[in-house]
Design a protein around this ligand. Structure first.
Ligand code: NAG
Length: 224
């Protein structure tokens, strides 16, 4: 029965081509000599065989033998699906170079990230002093809003609120979504769908003594 399961899928032809003295030898060879993906599938199938045998012994319902590998793959996929990573921001952050703000002014970098499968979003803010030292940082998890740009605007708003919370009144605020930075620098009232967030930020920033909004990524992909 077990042999049938391992023979049912061509993926396992490699370990079958060698001779192992024990299951332990086979398992350690799989863990050291094969890819992590293969090792994961191998472990999941082995575990499924064990579970199926236990269920049979307990006279519980079991799946068809022929479906064991398929089922193991599905379980593994399910596991990988929840090991999610943020799929956003879209801007590549390679070869970033730090340019410190002028003395007395603090630099607030904000950023939004989206976690699609859990319908959540992350707002991040990093504050640096004139020497480039990180003096404060925060990240906040929120419910996923309707638009990607809105996540970025909410991150900008969080940055301004953070400045207020830290009693810092001289700031440069940097983000990497041009649309949002442009909207923040537009003196005209923003009447778009989420213009109220932009207006909120403008209003809050007018209470600071010095506040400017600009792009964090310069021409050559350099953070400024
Ligand atoms: C209003 O804000 C949105 C989002 O940032 C932007 O796309 C749009 O250009 C802004 N409009 C004005 C008039 O600033």
């Amino acid at each position: 029965m077990v042999k049938f399961i391992w023979l049912s899928d061509p993926t396992f032809s490699l370990p079958r081509s060698k001779h192992f003295r024990s299951f332990g030898d086979l398992a350690s060879a799989v863990l050291t000599d094969t890819s992590p993906t293969f090792a994961a599938l191998f472990s999941m199938v082995a575990w499924s065989i064990w579970i199926r045998r236990n269920r049979l012994r307990e006279r519980q319902h079991v799946w068809e033998v022929g479906k064991t590998v398929r089922r193991a793959r599905d379980l593994l996929q399910e596991f990988w699906d929840v090991q999610e990573r943020p799929t956003w921001p879209l801007v590549q952050r390679t070869e970033q170079k730090w340019a410190p703000p002028v003395a007395g002014i603090y630099k607030f970098n904000f950023d939004g990230a989206i976690f699609e499968s859990s319908a959540r979003a992350g707002l991040g803010v990093v504050v640096r002093d004139a020497e480039g030292m990180i003096i404060a940082a925060l990240s906040q998890n929120i419910q996923l809003p309707s638009s990607v740009d809105l996540v970025e605007a909410l991150a900008a708003r969080r940055a301004i609120l953070f400045a207020q919370e830290l009693s810092i009144a001289h700031v440069v605020v940097k983000g990497d979504v041009l649309k949002v930075i442009t909207a923040l620098n537009n003196p005209k009232q923003n009447r778009t769908q989420w213009g109220h967030v932009i207006e909120d930020i403008k209003k809050a920033s007018s209470c600071l003594q010095v506040c400017s909004f600009s792009m964090s990524i310069g021409g050559g992909g350099v953070i400024v």
